[in-house]
Write a protein that binds this ligand. Structure first.
Ligand SMILES: Cc1cc2nc3c(=O)[nH]c(=O)nc-3n(C[C@H](O)[C@H](O)[C@H](O)COP(=O)(O)O)c2cc1C
Length: 293
């Protein structure tokens, strides 16, 4: 009993020391966790990195505004009304729209016949109706009509394309292509009355100058491009959905677009030339593209 009571203060002291060590370690590990979270790159699944280029401006970390940058939380909500069609009318319209879009083809022979500018304005306004992540509208449509600028664009694209072909292909193939001059020569870049270059804005700028997150910007701009293709088809114009390989940075500089804009697509726009041809292609039937459950 005497031994026990004389040991008690020692025992309590040992327990206290142990608790102290445990608390210290817990604090240390929670501090570490916090600093790990700070050092860990935040997950931004809406940002795609594939179109970074060497002309990017360096953006400081503190340039990123982590405050909520989306829509005003007090935004007014207004009544919505939609067109209402009978079932028969819906079926008819859906069929007609399908038939119209099913006639769309990529046409690489474009005439120089002038196209009314108002039509171009309207198809771009139509593309601008696209949905976008948090309504950021992260697109810029650069419409080039000036023959000199069109030609400079052609020069850049053909130059880069030629390098692509030469690097990738064997000597014999290069020799044959040189004679044929078909693959990297893109005459439509001169002949089409309009070239529409669609840039995705990978981020925007807030009034305070800080970066504004453009959520899912590539998906948003791609949807806008799809709507643009449908709008062009609707007015009887043709285009080539083209992704000029390795040309984005040079074209961006030529067109004086800021570093937050990356070229996504280039669409030459006009009427098909009289002798235009297209490859014979068929489309997958509904059963191959739709899974119903
Ligand atoms: C994302 C994308 C990129 C494309 N890039 C090019 C291109 O760089 N050059 C080109 O001649 N066609 C390009 N095309 C056009 C396709 O070759 C064409 O859409 C496909 O062959 C189907 O033909 P269709 O558009 O007549 O239905 C591209 C199409 C898409 C959707």
């Amino acid at each position: 009993m005497v031994l026990f009571s004389s040991l008690t203060p020692v025992f309590i002291a040992v327990i206290c020391v142990l608790i102290g060590i445990i608390l210290k370690n817990t604090r240390k590990s929670s501090k570490k966790e916090k600093s790990d979270t700070k050092n860990k790159p935040e997950s931004h699944p809406w940002v795609d990195e594939d179109l970074r280029d060497s002309t990017d401006l360096h953006v400081e970390e503190d340039d990123i505004d982590e405050e909520w940058q989306g829509l005003d939380e007090n935004i007014a909500h207004v009544p919505f009304s939609a067109e209402c069609y009978s079932e028969d009318e819906m079926i008819k319209r859906s069929k007609e729209f399908y038939e119209l879009l099913n006639k769309r083809r990529t046409v690489r022979f474009i005439s120089d016949e002038p196209v009314p500018k108002e039509v171009i304005d309207n198809v771009i306004k139509t593309a601008g109706t696209s949905p976008s992540g948090a309504h950021t509208e992260p697109w810029t449509f650069v419409v080039v009509h000036d023959p000199e600028i069109k030609h400079k664009i052609r020069e850049i694209i053909e130059e880069e394309e030629e390098v692509n072909y030469r690097k990738r292909m064997g000597d014999k193939w290069v020799h044959d292509l040189k004679r044929l001059r078909t693959n990297w020569i893109k005459e439509y870049l001169d002949t089409a009355p309009y070239l529409i270059l669609i840039f995705k804005q990978v981020y925007g700028r807030l009034p305070n100058g800080k970066k504004k997150t453009h959520y899912y910007n590539e998906i948003s701009v791609s949807i806008a491009c799809g709507i643009l293709l449908a709008a062009l088809q609707n007015v009887g114009l043709v285009t080539v959905t083209s992704t000029p390989l390795n040309c984005g940075p040079r074209l961006r500089v030529l067109l004086q677009r800021p570093a937050n804009e990356k070229l996504l697509l280039l669409l030459p726009v006009g009427y098909p030339s009289k002798d235009a041809t297209v490859p014979y292609l068929t489309r997958k039937p509904l059963d191959d593209i739709m899974v119903a459950m």
